[in-house]
Design a protein around this ligand. Sequence first.
Ligand code: NAD
Ligand code: MG
Length: 341
Amino acid sequence: MPTLYYAKDADRSLIADRKVAVIGYGSQGHAHALNLLDSGVDVRVGLREGSKSWAKAEAAGLRVTTISQAAEEADLVMVLLPDTDQARVYDEQIAPHLGEGDALFFAHGFNIRFQTISPASGIDVAMVAPKGPGHLVRRTYTEGGGVPALIAVAADASGNAMALALAYADAIGATRAGVLETTFDEETETDLFGEQVVLCGGLTALVTAGFETLVEAGYQPESAYFECLHELKLIVDLMYEQGISGMRFSISTTAEYGDLTRGPRIISEGVRAEMKKVLAEIRDGSFAKEWIEENETGLKRYNELREAGRTHQVEQIGAELRSMMPFISAGHERIEDVSGG
Ligand code: NAD
Ligand code: MG
């Protein structure tokens, strides 16, 4: 049986005793820091000097200091920098301030799994990885809910690292939704697989290919957009609330028959074989190596691909159609963060 934890399982006093440093104030950083603050935790935010987030974090009521200073003051350091920047910042500004009895936390296992960060012994190394973007980690907390999280321990120097991770998860609201125990390997590999194959890569490629197929066959791009992108939310909401069968219950029997018979033809054996290849590239470290190299060589390919996506017809049509539906984004801050880790 999987180990799932809820609020009743967490010992909040473990985090109440700690001085916590949240390093970074991006998607996850702002959410963790503010939720910890509202949960009464002694939290400071560590940022680069000159960071644009400095004033923002202070305006939100947080104490902000440099990364080195925050790491020095704290006995629990949560690293919420982009995964590709973590190793350098860790070596230069965090590691020198970590000692026996301190705890080093991550929200994604990437750098531990691919050994770009190798913490010294004597330190607890744990993960609290919310399974949702930062703005939702914050929004659901303020609404009395939470985003589920995965917790894992890579090094248990204190003998109490899992309980500490659970207390941290509790303080950011995750135990209200459920906290699942996992390992750094499982979290990292399934997270990368999920975002590459299903949530981000698979989905955007599916939507775009469906759109292009209809437009190339001579249908109006507006129809193609409504069919292949806009309606997706309805279907996903139903799956999120009631599972796949629940969704099928709500669609017409014609839609359901098409779903049951055509879906497996789209996700063919060839597609499944490619999924396995993508998983193998994640597990053998070649995806991580490629992504780190891409960062080190100026992100040329990344920027080209991103620009091509941004200027695609489905985006132009979508922007026009959504401008006539201002209610869609009303009341929601612009979502600038994606799956992340
Ligand atoms: P982000 O890009 O939104 O924010 C990163 C922060 O680090 C920003 O404050 C940025 O200004 C700062 N920063 C960037 N480069 C820096 C550098 N070289 N030195 C110092 N500061 C720097 O990142 P994020 O999406 O919040 O991701 C943080 C961690 O959380 C990652 O490990 C990620 O995998 C994980 N995670 C993210 C999400 C998500 O939804 N975004 C979900 C779960 C886990
Ligand atoms: Mg993710």
